[in-house]
Design a protein around this ligand. Structure first.
Ligand SMILES: [Fe+2]
Length: 273
């Protein structure tokens, strides 16, 4: 596996990490899970997190080929539509399971007839096992349903971007109580990721700094297998499902869930606050 360069940008308000992945040989790059600022009290959006990405892209002379979503996020608005207008040639991709997410939320939000339930708002819908090139690096798509039905992980060179399936080892795993979430599926998805080489670098999407430790976003498959507090070691599916389900009953919905989903299921169409 080729080594790729990864620059990670923290969006502090949503505890989200956006990753800019670049093939060093060619400068071909992908931006994974970019974020907009959003003020729920006014409905106003801010582009400064995305502008920082553009500055990085320009400084390193990267050619952004892809804007990649690991799933339709429920806690922040995606900056991909804004970035796409400023990065000619970049395509927006998400997992094919977005159609299932749209099937649930389009009627719920009253978007019937306004938002097509076919994923056509995105440039490309990725399916499990799909492979593509990012310059000299290979991108492999791994479906990781569980947190949401559209969740996918991207393995780019030696770097894995698991989205909201696994967090840092001491952060455990993502909740499964959103529509279409499935604790059994999440366990099996993570077991598939654990088949990757131990040295595979892992760049997580969120970190909340459990126990007061500094926020972090990089670990390895070996460290996750050994020490993930929810799914590391020999935890079996039944135990995981029991613990994950119990924990999910204690979690409040994300503060920005409604505006985030309303915007993020619309892909390149203008975000709706
Ligand atoms: Fe998520």
């Amino acid at each position: 596996m080729s080594t790729v360069h990864v620059a990670s940008f923290l969006h502090a308000a949503s505890h989200t990490f956006t990753h800019v992945v670049a093939d060093a040989a060619t400068g071909a790059a992908a931006i994974i899970d970019p974020v907009l600022d959003y003020d729920p009290s006014t409905g106003s959006q801010g582009t400064s997190p995305a502008e920082a990405l553009l500055e990085h892209v320009a400084a390193h002379r990267l050619q952004v080929r892809w804007l990649l979503e690991t799933h339709a996020h429920a806690d922040h608005l995606s900056a991909a539509p804004w970035l796409k207008m400023r990065l000619p040639g970049a395509r927006l991709g998400i997992g094919a399971g977005i159609v299932e997410v749209q099937k649930h939320f389009v009627p719920e939000f009253g978007f019937d007839g306004e938002v097509a339930v076919d994923g056509s708002q995105f440039d490309h819908l990725f399916t499990d096992g799909e492979r593509l090139r990012l310059g000299d690096a290979e991108v492999r798509v791994i479906a990781v349903p569980g947190h949401t039905p559209d969740s996918i992980a991207y393995l780019i060179g030696d770097a894995l971007f698991p989205g909201d399936s696994i967090f840092m080892p001491d952060g455990g795993t993502a909740r499964c109580d959103f529509p279409g979430g499935n604790t059994h599926a999440l366990y099996r998805s993570i077991r598939r990721l654990f088949q990757l080489p131990d040295a595979t670098r892992v760049f997580v999407c969120h970190d909340y700094g459990p126990g007061g430790r500094a926020l972090a976003c990089e670990t390895t498959i070996g460290a996750e297998k050994a020490g993930n507090i929810h799914v590391g070691g020999n935890v079996d599916e039944g135990d995981f499902v029991q613990q994950r389900t119990a924990r999910d009953t204690t979690l409040a919905p994300p503060a920005l869930m409604a505006p985030s989903i309303r915007a993020n299921i619309r892909g390149l169409q203008a975000p709706v606050p």
